[in-house]
Design a protein around this ligand. Structure first.
Ligand code: FAD
Length: 323
């Protein structure tokens, strides 16, 4: 059944986050030959519309207003509802990001429809669109079909491959005007903490440190390795609690959930709450001096040793490969 599917593009620092392109790919599957319409919200976002089309969107709708310069749940939901009322989509895909997690339940409630959150795979099977999502902190997976209402899902970044970029694609770009009013929150200023470089939730490579890193300075070799690999630095809660790094780096049940291609866990014991945030990474390398550490149970490759000896060696070897 061909459907019209709405995709929310996410803009950060005037560029599109990768999850926007992944959402288009998921949207194509849900649309089953129908139309994939991307929505961009902000104060000046129309310049990014073409890139959404190059990644597979059939059409782009922008909602621009200076009150939408920063994300607020009220502002974005008013903008999005104006588009939804006009377009009446049968499917919607957002990223399972901080923004998507905040906005999607609000929209689902307004539409009185269900929401499949945190999907990692979407396919057509037996005449249904089937979403796969991890449950019990990633220890099991459930397959979900939607039998009524809008097929509305959020997708976990880094799990659904975007379509190849095609510079020759073209599509219509139009504007919808929405009256943005009665905002209960206003963003006065954005103060960034420890988020220089690659975004942790979208990083293809993460070098994460635990209490074994021993100090704030102990994170330096991890940062160097992450830089050589073009990745991001993450941490266990143990390291955050010990004040070795900022909580924005925390990975796990009460931190960020990540699925990079490569996760290098350094001096992390592998507590269940940490595994909840990283065990679905594609390749896991663990460096720990305790051969009995739990992290080795989920690791594809284990290195028993002192991280302060092992990491510099890895960095040197990876540097040679890059030359
Ligand atoms: P430790 O368990 O102390 O492990 C340190 C490891 O470093 C050890 O295995 C040691 O062998 C190794 N080591 C030491 N020195 C070296 C060296 N020189 N070289 C190599 N290895 C070395 N934790 C999270 O990470 N994320 C969460 O989101 C999270 N949420 C939680 C929610 C709740 C409700 C609770 C109760 C706990 C939560 N925790 C979370 C905490 C979790 O239970 C663990 O306490 C925490 O993950 C331990 O961090 P760690 O592995 O860095 O430290």
């Amino acid at each position: 059944m061909a459907r019209k599917v709405l995709i929310l593009g996410e803009v950060r620092d005037q560029s599109l986050r990768n999850v926007s392109f992944e959402a288009i790919a998921a949207g194509k599957t849900v649309a089953e030959g129908g139309e994939v319409v991307a929505v961009l919200i902000g104060d000046s976002v129309s310049g990014l519309a073409q890139e959404m089309i190059q990644y597979g969107a059939d059409r782009v709708i922008t909602v621009e207003d200076e009150k939408l310069a920063a994300y607020t749940p009220d502002g974005y939901s008013q903008a999005l509802m104006a588009v939804i009322e006009e377009e009446k989509p049968e499917g919607m895909i957002f990223g399972h990001t901080a923004l998507g997690k905040d906005l999607s339940p609000k929209i689902a409630a307004k539409l009185q429809t269900g929401l499949v959150s945190d999907a990692i795979h979407v396919e057509e099977a037996g005449g249904n669109i089937v979403f796969t999502r991890p449950i019990y902190s990633g220890k099991a997976f459930e397959k979900v079909i939607v039998t009524d209402g809008v097929l509305f899902a959020t997708i976990r970044p880094n799990n659904i491959a975007p379509l190849d970029k095609d510079d020759s694609r073209s599509g219509d770009v139009s504007q919808v005007s929405a009256e943005i009013k009665d905002l209960r929150t206003i963003v006065k200023d954005v103060i960034r903490k420890a988020t220089e470089g690659v975004d942790l939730s979208e990083a293809k490579v993460i070098v994460a440190g635990g209490r074994g890193v021993k100090s704030e300075d102990g994170f330096s070799p991890l940062k160097e390795l992450a830089d050589v690999l073009g990745g991001a630095v993450g941490a266990s809660r143990g390291a955050c609690d010990a004040d070795y790094c900022d909580y924005s780096l925390q990975i796990g049940q009460t931190g960020k959930v990540v699925t990079p291609d490569l996760y290098i866990a350094c001096g992390i014991s592998g507590a269940i709450q940490h595994l909840a945030g990283m065990s679905n990474s594609k390749v896991i390398v663990a460096i720990n001096k305790d051969p009995e550490a739990n992290i080795f149970k989920v690791a594809d490759y284990g290195i028993v040793g002192d991280l302060f000896e092992v990491i510099p060696m890895l960095t040197e070897e990876f540097k040679k490969l890059k030359v």
